[in-house]
Write a protein that binds this ligand. Structure first.
Ligand code: NAP
Length: 270
């Protein structure tokens, strides 16, 4: 039985797009696994399945150390299409079962039908657990109405110091129901890595701006960050965030730079 979601993992968006980058991508993912970033997040959409193939190479011989997450298209979320999409992902990933299978974003297929198809994949052992991505509170409420108790394992959404609208409602909603929150684009697609203000805080703590942004996310229970890093240097830098603790004064300083939400904000989607 796999452990629950590790605290930090590895994103793969834009991996598998260029053959010349493949070796570097595989090396970065393998280094990340070595360093304890053992959730790998991918999707059938990324490089049209190419990212899942990069993951296959990266986890070869390490399957038991890695929690593999992949996502399916909303147009594959039906009773008929989902088992086929799942088989293709399993094949590209080279695994017998997907640790966490997510609906990438909400589409037109009724949620009840998708939940039924997902539960079937769990019953047949193709999928260990399932969840969703880019679901705001209203969608989560509707989903909870058709899912069995405890069935929704995770919701993967945009979350980082500069995009913290979910703190107002979605994050507490998930926490109260024990739904894991996976923070995607935790570096705001790289922008926070060069944020001057986070870099200044980092200098004081002997850390990089990226580490400050990631440690800020990781301090919260039930939240997992999945930064994407294409180089060994970036993977190593990010892994150090697991050791970084931000004190109350630093957290207040970050609140002054990136104001916490005081009202409902629509979930942002990348
Ligand atoms: P991100 O992780 O916030 O940022 C990635 C960018 O930051 C890359 O350009 C990377 O450059 C750079 N970077 C990483 N570590 C760095 C470091 N230590 N110093 C300087 N730069 C660094 O953005 P993301 O890729 O959008 O999000 C992460 C993952 O979340 C994705 O890969 C994907 O798996 C998932 N995601 C999911 C959804 C969804 O709809 N569910 C949407 C977006 C993303 P290099 O590549 O050169 O290292």
């Amino acid at each position: 039985m796999k452990s629950p979601l590790p605290r930090m993992g590895l994103g793969t968006w834009h991996m598998g797009e260029s053959a010349s980058q493949r070796a570097a991508e595989v090396a970065a993912l393998r280094a990340g696994i070595e360093l304890g970033l053992n959730v790998i997040d991918t999707a059938e959409m990324y490089a049209d399945g190419g990212a899942e193939e990069v993951v296959r190479e990266a986890i070869r011989g390490r399957r038991d150390d890695v929690f593999v997450v992949t996502k399916f298209y909303p147009h594959h979320a039906s009773r008929k299409e989902l088992p086929r999409a799942c088989e293709k992902s399993l094949e590209r990933l080279g695994v017998d079962a997907i640790d966490l299978y997510l609906l990438h974003w909400r589409g037109r297929i009724p949620l009840a039908e998708t939940v039924e198809a997902l539960d079937r994949l769990v019953e047949t052992g193709k999928v260990e657990r399932w969840g969703v991505s880019n679901f705001d509170v209203e969608d989560m409420e509707e989903l909870a109405g058709v899912a069995r108790m405890g069935g929704i394992f995770a919701n993967q959404v945009l979350y980082n110091p500069a995009r913290r609208g979910i703190e107002f409602d979605l994050l507490p909603w998930c926490r109260e129901r024990n739904v894991q929150l996976m923070a995607y684009s935790p570096l705001d697609e790289g922008a926070l890595a060069s944020d001057r203000r986070l870099a200044t805080i980092g200098e004081r703590l002997g850390a990089s701006a990226s580490q400050v942004a990631l440690a800020w996310i990781l301090r919260q229970s039930g939240v997992c960050a999945i930064p994407k890093a294409g180089s060994l240097e970036h993977v190593r830098d990010n892994a150090k965030a697991l050791e970084l603790r931000l004190d109350e004064e630093t957290l207040r300083e970050i609140d002054r730079i990136f104001t916490p939400p005081s009202r409902k904000q629509r979930l942002e989607i990348i």
